[in-house]
Ligand binder design. Structure first.
Ligand SMILES: *[C@@H]1O[C@H](CO)[C@@H](O)[C@H](O)[C@H]1NC(C)=O
Ligand SMILES: *[C@@H]1O[C@H](CO)[C@@H](O)[C@H](O)[C@H]1NC(C)=O
Ligand SMILES: *[C@@H]1O[C@H](CO)[C@@H](O)[C@H](O)[C@H]1NC(C)=O
Ligand SMILES: *[C@@H]1O[C@H](CO)[C@@H](O)[C@H](O)[C@H]1NC(C)=O
Ligand SMILES: *[C@@H]1O[C@H](CO)[C@@H](O)[C@H](O)[C@H]1NC(C)=O
Ligand SMILES: *[C@@H]1O[C@H](CO)[C@@H](O)[C@H](O)[C@H]1NC(C)=O
Ligand SMILES: *[C@@H]1O[C@H](CO)[C@@H](O)[C@H](O)[C@H]1NC(C)=O
Ligand SMILES: *[C@@H]1O[C@H](CO)[C@@H](O)[C@H](O)[C@H]1NC(C)=O
Ligand SMILES: *[C@@H]1O[C@H](CO)[C@@H](O)[C@H](O)[C@H]1NC(C)=O
Ligand SMILES: *[C@@H]1O[C@H](CO)[C@@H](O)[C@H](O)[C@H]1NC(C)=O
Ligand SMILES: *[C@@H]1O[C@H](CO)[C@@H](O)[C@H](O)[C@H]1NC(C)=O
Ligand SMILES: *[C@@H]1O[C@H](CO)[C@@H](O)[C@H](O)[C@H]1NC(C)=O
Length: 472
């Protein structure tokens, strides 16, 4: 398994190639390659590279030299490419190349414009994004542009918005620009020009807006110590050679070109596939969390997220009963293992329904019959053995007591019949079809995971397909 080494400029680099211009773009702190497109620079007799009026690099009679701050952080390749190791904001600007022959005749002259992007802003389609100024020196005028069009300006505390950006943009005193309702074509480079109190250009900053499209997928449930598969069948043939999988903010795995690599523990228990699928093996309760996969599609970062819940599968339930003095039978369905189990019951082969039968204690009035219980959660379902029960004998044994009780009850009934009858008539709710009731409150199995979703939250989540036959 390959291990991943985190890269600093996560996913912004892939957009360098998308900007349609002759400008060279670089990102603050990472390497900048400036292709001068001139051959034989190193053995030329007279070559100059200037940034505005400052000398950067010079060749004189095949002896080359970098100047000042460029000395320790710049490299030139024989093919005419210059590399700035850690690009600085001040590397933005115009670079002028001049080349002369021995007689001083100019052979070549060109200008290259370099833009160092200081901040990369990620905007989710439909929501808003903030562009902050890095330099804390705020001018008297700040103007945000995108591709030659003015977005917003703030001058002496007075803000203005332009064209397409009216009602969608907001500029703050500190120069921060906020763009609302991000759309696909908002992606690109934003420039802010800051003018000082004397009317001079103080500085320019560049920010790049990347767009991401968030798709929330249904929740996923997995059993402890099993395998779980994410993002299966959602990619349908897309090229995701740049895909990254994460749990929360932590990387799980990614493709570097065609090569998969894995972070930390995932090297030994995860596998990623070109079709977008991530498989996690030997699952633990701590794997519960939010997982995402990100990949580029038409310059837009597509991000799919899903919530995973890892739970213990239920063990086979054990069904026991006890006869209550009044002829009722109380059943206990117990499971040794299993996260958040709910129960189903079947009396004489007939399933009992209603919310109350989802508990693990059930009382029936039948004095004989057969009963079976099932325990289930999102990942498993198990049935107990069939239990035939009879509680009639117990009634005969206590017949004397019952006789006395019957007399008392008889009197009580005689007295209360009118009241009961009246109550029944006023009760408009239909009586349940099955003759059962549940003792309340019912003690539930101890919850091992405090952040576990209770079965009442099931509505938010869609169960995995293989469990869709489980109905509560
Ligand atoms: C880039 O420069 C070439 C010539 O060097 C020119 O023909 C072309 O139009 C330029 N492209 C842009 C987008 O400015
Ligand atoms: C520089 O070197 C290349 C080969 O490396 C040669 O073709 C070229 O003529 C040389 N140029 C000068 C100006 O000496
Ligand atoms: C370049 O690095 C050397 C040591 O590696 C140091 O002595 C020198 O001051 C540095 N020069 C500049 C211009 O930073
Ligand atoms: C020149 O060579 C360097 C280092 O090998 C490479 O990174 C760069 O892309 C090359 N430039 C061009 C224009 O091919
Ligand atoms: C600028 O002001 C806005 C609104 O008060 C705030 O949300 C934003 O964080 C501020 N930006 C910076 C860089 O302080
Ligand atoms: C901020 O801008 C001022 C000019 O207004 C400049 O002198 C200063 O160097 C800039 N600071 C940084 C950290 O770029
Ligand atoms: C965003 O994702 C949804 C769901 O996958 C998709 O239908 C839609 O086309 C995507 N939008 C864009 C602009 O990529
Ligand atoms: C994705 O690839 C894996 C491994 O090849 C395979 O098991 C899985 O069925 C594939 N999924 C789809 C939807 O094709
Ligand atoms: C996917 O894209 C990468 C780079 O963008 C490319 O190298 C690769 O050949 C593509 N694969 C397919 C199957 O299209
Ligand atoms: C996972 O995402 C959901 C919904 O988006 C959120 O409510 C929950 O807090 C997240 N869980 C974690 C562990 O971040
Ligand atoms: C419950 O889990 C424990 C530990 O995993 C196991 O030893 C035990 O056999 C399980 N009980 C049942 C009834 O499966
Ligand atoms: C026992 O339960 C069944 C329902 O499964 C019911 O039809 C039957 O009437 C009950 N018998 C008695 C004696 O209550």
């Amino acid at each position: 398994m390959n291990s991943c080494f985190p890269t600093l400029l996560v996913w912004s680099m892939s957009l360098i190639f998308s900007v349609q211009s002759n400008d060279t773009y670089g990102y603050l702190g990472s390497a900048l390659y400036l292709h001068l497109n001139v051959e034989n620079i190193l053995n030329s007799s007279d070559f100059l590279l200037k940034k505005d009026t400052t000398l950067v690099f010079k060749v004189n009679k095949a002896v080359s030299k970098f100047y000042q701050e460029y000395r320790n952080r710049t490299v030139i390749y024989p093919n005419g490419t210059i590399r700035f190791n850690e690009a600085r904001a001040t590397d933005s600007g115009h670079y002028i190349v001049e080349m002369f022959d021995e007689s001083g005749t100019m052979l070549h002259k060109a200008a290259h414009s370099v833009i160092i992007i200081e901040s990369v802003v990620e905007g989710v389609l439909g929501s808003s994004a903030l562009f902050h100024l890095k330099n804390k020196t705020h001018g008297t005028e700040m103007k945000w542009n995108k591709g030659g069009a003015v977005v917003a300006s703030l001058r002496n505390g007075y803000s203005r918005y332009f064209g397409y950006y009216e009602n969608r943009a907001q500029i703050f005193e500190n120069g921060t620009l906020r763009l609302h309702k991000i759309q696909e074509n908002d992606l690109g480079i934003y420039t802010v020009n800051v003018i000082d109190k004397d009317g001079n250009n103080a500085y320019i900053e560049y920010a790049e807006l990347l767009i991401s499209n968030l798709t929330e997928l249904p929740c996923l449930y997995g059993a402890t110590a099993c395998s779980v598969t994410f993002f299966n069948e959602h990619m349908d043939g897309r090229n995701i050679s740049d895909a990254k999988w994460k749990k929360g903010e932590n990387s799980v795995a990614e493709f570097k070109g065609p090569t998969p690599c894995y972070y930390e523990e995932y090297g030994s228990r995860a596998e990623i596939f070109m079709n977008g699928t991530l498989r996690l093996d030997r699952t633990l309760k701590t794997d519960t969390g939010n997982y995402s996969v990100e990949f580029f599609d038409n310059k837009i970062k597509q991000k799919w997220i899903t919530q995973l819940f890892i739970m213990d599968a239920v063990s086979q339930p054990v069904l026991k009963y006890s006869c209550l003095p009044d002829g009722e039978v109380q059943f206990y369905c117990s499971v040794e293992n299993g996260s958040d189990p709910v129960f189903q019951w079947s009396l004489n082969g007939n399933p009992l329904d209603g919310d109350s039968v989802r508990k693990h204690v059930l009382v029936v009035y039948n004095d004989s019959g057969s009963l079976v219980c099932s325990a289930l959660n999102h990942v498993s379902k198990k049935q107990s053995d069939l239990v035939s029960f009879t509680c009639a004998g117990r009634r005969r044994m206590n017949s004397v007591i019952w006789y006395v009780v019957a007399v008392i009850v008889g009197i009580a009934v005689f007295v209360f019949i009118p009241a009961v009858a009246m109550h029944k008539r006023s009760n408009t709710n239909p009586q349940p079809l099955t003759n059962l009731m549940v003792l309340t409150p019912v003690p539930q199995q101890e919850d091992e995971m405090p952040d576990h979703p209770s079965p009442t939250e099931d509505r938010v989540c869609t169960t995995a397909t293989e469990l869709s036959t489980f109905t509560y």
